[in-house]
Design a protein around this ligand. Structure first.
Ligand code: SAM
Length: 236
């Protein structure tokens, strides 16, 4: 169960009405029963039910069951698309071990704004369902240009570029010979990147254009494919 509170020995964890309903009405837990808790920062803890009510309750942490397991340092940058597909990208990125998710506005991005809180909640649910102890941060929408202005010198940016189709930089080949270090993946919007954006990306030394194969994938498929390939080559 995800709780947005500190976890530690003897730490009381008050429950809200939804959490109480889930634990006591749906899961039929009662006083003395144990629940596994995580908050994305302190690892996984066993919480024992101390009070169980209809509208709330309290768990008390008694022992850590797993330390925090950080994913590799891999960011996913993507241009938000339709709501359901954007939700899908965030969910799959959290499941596939992205450490940070950055929605970026590009010239051909249709979304003017995103519901960051909703997307963050999707990341929490995904972490919960795959038994993770870490929740990736979902950043608010930022302009791609602004993000590139302050791009860290040491972080390589894998630019998924459909124009590379048939080119030599297949992701697996590239990663097989790659040195370590922080990484990021960039996926464009349905309309692709504008000429000016492509020129900007080509001019940055940290940017590595890569192909995801001979077919043009939808942006959500491309995000999943790139994350899976990266994890297969460099993940743990
Ligand atoms: N504008 C393009 C077009 O209509 O020809 C298609 C853009 S594609 C639907 C959305 C994004 O997915 C692209 O910007 C790119 O980042 C990624 N993508 C899709 N297929 C890819 C491929 N075969 N190789 C690399 N990236 C790909």
């Amino acid at each position: 169960l995800y709780v947005d509170q500190p976890l530690g020995v003897g730490q009381p964890v008050p429950l809200n009405a939804d959490q109480a309903n889930y634990l006591f009405a749906v899961m039929r837990l009662g006083r003395g029963d144990a629940v596994l808790l995580f908050n994305g920062r302190d690892g996984e803890w066993r919480g024992v039910v101390a009070e169980a009510g209809k509208r709330g309750g309290v768990l008390v942490c008694d022992a850590q069951t797993r330390p925090l397991q950080m994913p590799p340092d891999l960011w996913l940058l993507f241009a938000p698309i339709k709501k359901a597909r954007t939700d899908f990208i965030v969910e799959k990125a959290a499941e596939l071990g992205a450490s940070r998710i950055l929605p970026v506005q590009t010239r051909f991005t249709n979304a003017e704004r995103i519901r960051q809180d909703r997307l963050q909640a999707h990341a929490v649910e995904a972490a919960e369902q795959c038994g993770g102890t870490f929740v990736p941060e979902v950043c608010d929408l930022q302009g791609l240009d602004k993000v590139l202005d302050t791009w860290p010198a040491e972080r390589r940016l894998l630019w998924c570029d459909e124009h590379m189709v048939g080119g030599s930089s297949a992701l697996t080949g590239l990663l097989a010979t790659a040195r370590g270090g922080p990484w990021a993946i960039l996926i464009g919007p349905e309309g692709g990147f504008a000429e000016s954006e492509q020129a900007r990306l080509r001019g940055l030394p940290q940017v590595v254009p890569i192909s995801l194969g001979p077919r043009i994938l939808r942006a959500d498929t491309a995000a999943v494919a790139a994350l899976v390939l990266w994890q297969a080559a460099l993940g743990d």
